[in-house]
Design a protein around this ligand. Structure first.
Ligand SMILES: Cc1cc2nc3c(=O)[nH]c(=O)nc-3n(C[C@H](O)[C@H](O)[C@H](O)COP(=O)(O)O)c2cc1C
Length: 189
């Protein structure tokens, strides 16, 4: 693990918690890629499932947070929203980045940016003042879907809006993680 030395003083690596909520693993994959990229940049990054977040004392030990969720019917998953609401005071005191994993289809993430932003983000922007919220294209394997999700996909027009496939843009995700790392390494703690 790379440590940063400032004026002959050894400084511990910046500790980043990457917390994600994922139904079928697509968002978890994005979170893990972000964590891996932050680690390559020399940060101490740990990835958590929002269903099993770090306990309160551990949360207080992180220098920065990346919080993301899959989007279903225009909303973040509950475990992710619970994490943000529960730790709002801590998050507000630290740099926070939010991401959503949702749109499917080759160009959907750029198609209509405003309408792709989940309902919670306006509130969260006020609550934790994130550096940024980013929408990433997601992935769906129709074979893996729960019965209720299969039913939703059967609604007229839904299958076109929720096409099968893996549309995650890894270079875009990695570039975002590197941007986060650059910001954190450059900013004093
Ligand atoms: C029933 C259903 C509803 C969905 N609703 C939305 C939505 O409202 N907005 C969106 O951007 N993506 C939506 N998606 C796409 C998922 O958010 C996307 O596939 C995501 O990457 C899944 O992540 P996960 O595997 O981590 O759960 C929906 C997918 C399904 C199956």
């Amino acid at each position: 693990m790379a440590t940063i030395v400032h004026r002959n003083r050894k400084v511990d690596p910046v500790r980043v918690a990457v917390v994600c909520a994922s139904h079928y693993g697509a968002t978890r994959g994005i979170a893990e890629r972000i964590g891996a990229e932050l680690a390559v940049a020399g940060l101490d990054a740990q990835v958590f499932d929002a269903a099993e977040p770090p306990h309160a004392e551990a949360v207080a030990g992180f220098d920065a947070f990346v919080v993301g969720s899959a989007v279903y019917m225009g909303h973040w998953l509950k475990n992710a929203t619970t994490f943000v609401r529960r730790y709002q005071p801590t998050l507000l005191e630290h740099p926070v980045w939010l991401f959503s994993s949702g749109p499917l289809g080759p160009d959907d993430a750029e198609a209509d940016a405003e309408s792709l932003v989940p309902a919670e983000i306006a509130d969260f922007t006020k609550m934790v003042r994130p550096v940024e919220h980013r929408v990433f294209s997601g992935a769906i394997d129709p074979e893996a879907l729960s019965l209720p999700h299969r039913m939703i996909r059967k609604f007229p027009g839904a299958a076109e809006k929720i096409p099968a496939g893996d549309f995650r843009d890894w270079p875009e995700i990695e570039a975002w993680a590197r941007e986060i790392a650059r910001t954190l390494v450059a900013s004093p703690r």
